[in-house]
Design a protein around this ligand. Sequence first.
Ligand SMILES: Cc1ncc(COP(=O)(O)O)c(C=O)c1O
Length: 366
Amino acid sequence: MPPLSIHGRSREVRDLFPYLEARCYLDTAAAGLAWQGHGAAVARFFDEVKDRGYDARPEWWAMIAKVRARLARWLGMEPEDVAFVSNTTEGLNLAAHSLRFARGERIVLAEDEFPSVARIWGPAAQAGAELVRVPIPREALRQQALMEAVDARTRLLVVSQTHSGTGTTVDLDALGRHCHERGALLMVDGIQALGAVPFTLEHVDIYASSFFKWMLSGFGIAMLVTSARAREAMTPAWHGYANMDEPHQLQYAHVNSPAIYGLDATLDLMESFGWEAIHAQVRDLGDRLLLAADGHGLDLVTPRAQRAGIFIFRAPDGEAARMRLAESGISVSARGQGVRVSPHFYNTAEDVDRCASALAQAIART
Ligand SMILES: Cc1ncc(COP(=O)(O)O)c(C=O)c1O
């Protein structure tokens, strides 16, 4: 087993996240912990920039352009592919309402998709598109079932990169290639994977994610990333002063600049640890959790070979088990068929060992 301390900086990690002194926090899939210093970075926008009103606009424009370019580089895209919106759900809605559909075209999605992925297709249905809800026979077959449902009439496959209720994580490259070979677009809700696992958007057409989970940032800021090919297929649903001159520009108004100042600082922090080290820590903590869970005979819903940072363990009463863990100082969520445990790079081997043992006891008592 690897040492499970990120570059030997475990003390620094604990200083950045003081809540971890008192709490075994394993609920990043609900909301990541903010780090000490994030608030100051957000405040910098008001105290050092906006205090000069509109005179300071070149500075916040420069910051927005900087963060847009950083995100694009990280994900293998171009800056013009990235628009800022308020949350994942807004990004998905904006894309879904902007795509032009013809009668008989199909939109493929899993039967149990997250509401923000499943409930946004009203205008497409009005245009005559058909929603194909694919049953998932087993978690390990989720990706295969979705791929098999993509046929010549499919215009778009839409999927959560990591499913919030099962933890199953799809391979974006494989799905994107499969869609493109059949003339379909791939659209992704990435919030439960971004920051937890490595990937690029090379084969993805539309991607939306907030930053408040694995990216540790606050609410009210998200990105909508679109390929040039996807934008060609869209007429922006919302219009304003910011997309007057470019027919396919989705950014329609001002964005959440304070949050972008915070996000820039968070990216600095994450990069100072190194994405490889962060992803390795998430993976190793997952391995460790599974080892401990196996030792306690816990029943895992998440497929071992297709996971990111979310692990769902079957429990007859997930909420009762969650409450028992909360009473003993451990934060998890009740989701899907049981309890969701989601360790991030700030957690330790002790955290996941403790959680597995407490969860086994809690389930035995329910
Ligand atoms: C898969 C998934 N999509 C979207 C959301 C919501 O994101 P937002 O509030 O940014 O729309 C969540 C959880 O909050 C989620 O788990």
